[in-house]
Write a protein that binds this ligand. Structure first.
Ligand SMILES: Nc1ncnc2c1ncn2[C@@H]1O[C@H](COP(=O)(O)OP(=O)(O)OP(=O)(O)O)[C@@H](O)[C@H]1O
Ligand SMILES: [Mg+2]
Length: 159
């Protein structure tokens, strides 16, 4: 079933409304950031409130999020919020919250994390594994993987 709905286009991709999964490959951090612009467009178009980003260290989660935030808020400098858990960007039409749960080892640690508060804006989550219980079903999923040192495969799954 999944294979039938899969849409593949290398180097660049176009949004096809009838497909549930988009697969892209990028050749540089810059290209990945630009793909973030495209995802920002999808987020607005489909009214997405939460997106999760999975993939190994250095696969480009922060890079693609940097593109999304740049497009949505005009802010250029996005660093990973590893130590603060969440960074807030309020310069756009709606607030954007960038989370990194890498340091969270158990869902219990997130009990006091105010997911409800972030519903007023867009939540972008790196390393979401500890938070799966709390992540809305209708979240956008972005899966990053290495093809080579500079090439990344990015799979986007629509809710
Ligand atoms: N095609 C590419 N797309 C994204 N990043 C790339 C690409 N090619 C090389 N890079 C480099 O890979 C690194 C990606 O780092 P980034 O912080 O975005 O990864 P991450 O998935 O957020 O890692 P972490 O799990 O540590 O948070 C950057 O140094 C970037 O310059
Ligand atoms: Mg990161």
């Amino acid at each position: 079933m999944e294979a039938q709905t899969k849409y593949q286009k290398k180097n660049s991709g176009t949004l096809n409304n009838r497909k549930k999964i988009l697969v892209f490959e990028t050749n540089s951090a810059k290209e990945t950031e630009k793909l973030g612009f495209k995802i920002a467009h999808m987020i607005k178009k489909y009214g997405i409130r939460c997106a999760i980003f999975t993939g190994p260290f250095g696969s480009g989660k922060t890079t693609i999020i940097r593109g999304i935030i740049k497009k949505l808020t005009g802010k250029n400098h996005v660093t990973s919020p590893s130590f603060t858990l969440v960074c807030e960007y309020t310069e756009g039409e709606f607030p954007v919250f960038h989370c990194d749960f890498y340091r969270i080892k158990s869902p219990v640690e997130l009990e006091s994390f105010g997911f409800k508060e972030y519903e007023k804006g867009l939540l972008l989550i790196e390393w979401p594994e500890s938070a799966y219980e709390k992540i809305p079903e209708n979240s956008l999923k972005v899966m990053m993987s290495f093809v080579s040192l500079t090439r990344r495969k990015i799979t986007i799954i629509f809710p």
